[in-house]
Design a protein around this ligand. Structure first.
Ligand SMILES: Nc1ncnc2c1ncn2[C@@H]1O[C@H](COP(=O)(O)OP(=O)(O)OP(=O)(O)O)[C@@H](O)[C@H]1O
Length: 220
C-alpha cells in the first residue's frame, strides 16, 4: 500500500522501447514515491531516462514491468505538465492559451479568461496577454505554460527540462514561476534537469544514470 500522503508511487517501474535486438531500456526498475508538498529534481545527462521516467509518472507511458500507481483520489487531470519546448497554440493569444485547459474542461469562457489572467499575473506575464506566441520570448512562453498549468489547480506539476533551452536568467525566472505555482496551488513539483544549479533549488534530488534512478544516498 502506498503511504498516506503519496500521490504517485513507482514500484520497480521499467520502461522499454522496441523489442528484441532493438529494445532500449529507458528506465530500469525505478522506485520512487512522490508525496504532497514534494519538491523533487530528477537530475541526469541527456539520454539518461529523465523524460521517460516523467512520462511514466504522468501516465503518458505504461510501465513495461513493475507499476506506477496514483493514489485513488488523484485523477489524471490533477497532474499538470510543462515540457521543454512547450508548444503554445500559435493561433491563440497568450490569454487564450492559458485559458485552454479550463475551456476544454467545460468552464464558461468568461470564468476561464479571468482565471487565465490571474494565473498570468501570478507568473509575471499578464502584460503579454494579448500577444501571439510568436511575439514573445522562449522564457516568456515557458512562463505562460506554467500559468496554463496553474489554471488547472493541479496536485502534481511535472516539468520536463523547463529551463533546458533558456539562458541562465530566463531559466531562473521560469523556475521561480514553477516554485511559486506549486506553492500557490499547494502542488507537489517534479522537475527534470541536467543543470545542477536548477536542481539545487529543489529540496529533494535524485539522479538518473543510464536509465537507473539511483538510490537517494547515491545522489551527489
Ligand atoms: N519513443 C522512443 N522510442 C525509442 N527509444 C526511446 C524513445 N524515447 C526515448 N528513447 C530512448 O530512451 C532513452 C532515455 O531517453 P529519455 O528521453 O528518457 O532521456 P532524457 O534523460 O530525458 O534525455 P534528454 O535530457 O536528452 O531529454 C534514450 O536512449 C532514448 O534514445
Amino acid at each position: 500500500m502506498p503511504p498516506d500522503d503519496a500521490l504517485v508511487t513507482c514500484t520497480d517501474a521499467a520502461l522499454t522501447f522496441g523489442r528484441d535486438a532493438q529494445a532500449v531500456v529507458a528506465v530500469h526498475g525505478a522506485n520512487l514515491t512522490i508525496r504532497a508538498g514534494d519538491r523533487l529534481a530528477v537530475v541526469g545527462s541527456s539520454g539518461s531516462g529523465k523524460s521517460s521516467l516523467l512520462h511514466l509518472i504522468a501516465g503518458l507511458e505504461q510501465a513495461t514491468t513493475g507499476s506506477v500507481t496514483r493514489a485513488t483520489d488523484v485523477e489524471r487531470s490533477d497532474i499538470g505538465l510543462v515540457f521543454q519546448n512547450d508548444s503554445l497554440i500559435p493561433a491563440l493569444n497568450v490569454a487564450e492559451n492559458a485559458a485552454l485547459p479550463l475551456i476544454l474542461a467545460g468552464h464558461p469562457e468568461k470564468e476561464a479568461q479571468q482565471a487565465a489572467l490571474t494565473a498570468l499575473d501570478q507568473v509575471g506575464v499578464r502584460h503579454l496577454a494579448d500577444r501571439l506566441p510568436e511575439e514573445i520570448s522562449g522564457g516568456q512562453a515557458q512562463r505562460v505554460a506554467v500559468a496554463r498549468v496553474l489554471t488547472q489547480a493541479p496536485r502534481l506539476i511535472l516539468a520536463d527540462e523547463p529551463t533546458g533551452r533558456l539562458d541562465h536568467a530566463s531559466g531562473g525566472r521560469v523556475l521561480d514561476a514553477l516554485l511559486a505555482a506549486a506553492d500557490l496551488t499547494r502542488a507537489a513539483l517534479v522537475v527534470t534537469t541536467h543543470d545542477p544549479s536548477v536542481a539545487a533549488r529543489l529540496a529533494r534530488r535524485r539522479t538518473m544514470r543510464d536509465g537507473r534512478l539511483l538510490a537517494p544516498e547515491e545522489t551527489p
